[in-house]
Design a protein around this ligand. Structure first.
Ligand code: SF4
Length: 82
């Protein structure tokens, strides 16, 4: 379906979410240092991720860094479908 934004060439910026596979997280904690705006650690050091979506900017850069740095591959940056 073509929307008015398509006709005007204006599209909303892509939205992303950071997703964690809690079964894979091994409590290294580096992710919370790199992306404190989205990730917190519990008392044992396991990560919890805010469910909020975000677009380009500092949060996206931090989320990308955290996902890349996780030694277990527990974090994934996913594009949110509109
Ligand atoms: S860096 Fe990875 S393994 Fe470590 S706490 Fe964060 S998500 Fe878990």
């Amino acid at each position: 379906m073509i929307t008015s934004d398509d006709l005007l060439g204006e599209k909303a910026p892509p939205q992303y979410r950071l997703v964690i596979d809690a079964a894979v997280c091994d409590a290294h904690g580096i992710c919370a240092l790199l992306c404190p705006d989205l990730i917190s650690l519990d008392e044992w050091g396991y990560a919890a991720v805010e469910a909020q979506s975000f677009s380009a900017g500092a949060t996206l850069r931090h989320a990308r860094s955290a996902a890349a740095a996780c030694p277990e591959g527990a974090l994934r940056l996913v594009a949110k479908r509109g």
